[in-house]
Write a protein that binds this ligand. Structure first.
Ligand code: ADP
Length: 364
């Protein structure tokens, strides 16, 4: 089925969706899609209305794990999602032949994902799970900014190499002001057959370490279980009555889902990230910034421009004049400002956190 190219990307706001949960890892192969699918199945099992957006355009595997009972249908400008196990599903896999390479350039990928978010007729949903594409580039950043994400769940395996990537992915969400609700450690342990002794093929404690580093809960530790991969490959759920009770992985996913549901309302108790409430000129070379926590800073534009984060300026110290002013200031997403300076470099995007630290006198 070809993906129709729609002219108007703005129709269909996602206001009927109560929670948009990104499931991200930064790295492929850690079981991100497996976690996304099983969280969706558990939420659905609990009676919630659930949707799943497979945003992993380069390796969409969701369709295999959740075979559709109903294909997506184009209805004028709207795309009705597919249906599988009662979950509404949309994936690039519906729009190209099996085995066809996923050669999609970033701007096209961004367009497809925007289309998926804005024009799919999700209807009323309690939870839309987004299986995030691995990596931390433009596609991931644009998606994190545009998908009105309530919170992100990070997925990692216990070893340090996976943690390195998950830290980068977490930084991307923090940059755009998306809170991280918790971490799920996948492939935590293994106890084959009837054995009760656990072994730890990928080491121990990575998820807990990441949780502690970030002050977030460890939502679950999912064991390696042949049934998980065997059933995923065949499009079977692990939450089938006769088998779920005997599967440690099914119990671990159910527990992780309960922990996620408990952690989501607590997000509002966390201190909000820094946000510029108001900004105005004190004089042509100086601005005042009022922050959402009530703090107020007076900063010279020359002070700000000194920290231009663009590639050229970070490589060699830019020359700055004291009387630099601005033509225009724009806000970038929920996390940064762009200054169109009267002289010198105007390429940089200045993150709120950096400007706040500068105002507090905490930057050299
Ligand atoms: P990712 O989305 O991170 O690339 P996948 O979810 O596609 O990773 O998982 C990669 C492979 O590992 C798949 O074959 C999947 O079935 C398998 N897998 C993932 N988690 C588990 C687990 N807990 N136990 C057994 N196999 C797993």
């Amino acid at each position: 089925m070809p993906l129709p190219v729609l002219q108007n990307n703005k129709i269909g706001p996602i206001s009927q969706i109560k929670n948009v949960i990104a499931v991200a890892a930064g790295k492929g192969g850690v079981g991100k899609s497996t976690v996304a699918v099983n969280l969706a199945l558990c939420l659905s099992e609990l009676g919630y209305k659930v949707g799943l957006l497979d945003a992993d355009l380069y390796g969409p595997s969701i369709r295999k794990m959740l075979p559709e009972v109903k294909l997506p249908v184009q209805q004028n400008e709207r795309l009705e999602p597919a249906l599988s196990f009662g979950i509404k599903v949309i994936s690039m896999a519906f729009f190209r032949k099996e085995g066809q390479p996923a050669a999609v350039r970033a701007p096209i990928a961004n367009k497809i994902l925007t289309q998926f978010i804005r024009t799919v007729a999700w209807g009323e949903l309690d939870y839309l799970i987004i299986d995030f594409p691995p990596g931390t580039g433009d596609i991931q950043l644009t998606l994190a900014q545009n998908a009105q994400i309530t919170a992100a769940v990070m997925v990692t395996t216990p070893q340090e190499v996976a943690l390195m990537d998950v830290r980068k992915a977490a930084a991307l969400f923090q940059q755009v002001g998306v809170p991280i609700v918790g971490v799920i450690e996948n492939m935590s342990w293994y106890a084959p057959g009837v054995q009760t002794v656990k072994t730890y093929p990928f080491g121990k404690g990575g998820g807990a370490r990441f949780a502690e580093e970030n002050g977030i809960p460890l939502l679950g530790e999912i064991p390696i279980d042949e049934a998980v991969s065997y059933r995923a490959d065949r499009g079977f759920s692990i939450f089938v009555e006769e088998i779920a009770e005997q599967l440690p992985a099914a119990a671990a996913f159910r527990q992780a889902t309960q922990n996620l549901l408990a952690a989501l309302p607590k997000l509002s108790e966390r201190p909000p990230s820094k946000k510029v409430e108001k900004m105005y000129l004190a004089d042509p070379a100086t601005c005042c910034i009022e922050w959402n926590n009530g703090r107020k800073h007076t900063l010279k534009f020359s002070q700000i421009q000194k920290y231009c984060p663009c590639a050229q300026c970070t490589e060699k110290t830019p020359s700055i004049t004291n009387d630099v002013g601005v033509h225009k200031v724009e806000s970038i997403g929920k996390y940064a400002l762009h200054f169109d300076f009267t002289q010198g470099c105007s390429h940089g995007i200045y993150e709120f956190e950096m400007l706040y630290q500068l105002g507090e006198g905490k930057k050299e």
